[in-house]
Design a protein around this ligand. Structure first.
Ligand code: SF4
Length: 108
């Protein structure tokens, strides 16, 4: 067998390179279109007492236990669109994936 590089080999390698660069470009373009992650930590509109109560209940945007999320809590007020919701107990924006010590599961 010869060690010479054939035109066919060169063509195959160059096509593979073009395909790889194209795939990387498509992936980069997809990443740009990803929606921004929802953040519900803006307490600018709350009073110091409301912020203190929110902190005392240990509210976090990401529930430590995936089975106990605000979206599954009876006290959660879901938003109309994909944005932060509200809560009957904790003032301020509430993330559907959030959690606090007052979590009360929705009735089955
Ligand atoms: S009570 Fe707590 S767990 Fe339930 S919706 Fe409000 S912040 Fe989320």
């Amino acid at each position: 067998m010869s060690n010479l590089v054939t035109r066919r080999d060169l063509l195959r390698k160059s096509l593979f390179s073009v395909a790889a660069v194209g795939a990387a470009g498509v992936l980069a373009a997809c990443k740009k279109d990803e929606p921004k992650a929802l953040v519900c930590t803006d307490t600018a509109g709350l009073t110091p007492q409301e912020i203190e109560a929110r902190n005392a209940l240990g509210y976090v945007d990401k529930a430590p236990d995936a089975t106990k999320k605000c979206s599954g809590c009876a006290l959660y007020n879901p938003p109309a669109a994909a944005s932060c919701g509200g809560c009957k107990v904790v003032k301020g924006p509430i993330h559907p994936e959030g959690w606090c010590k007052s979590f009360a599961p929705k009735p089955a």
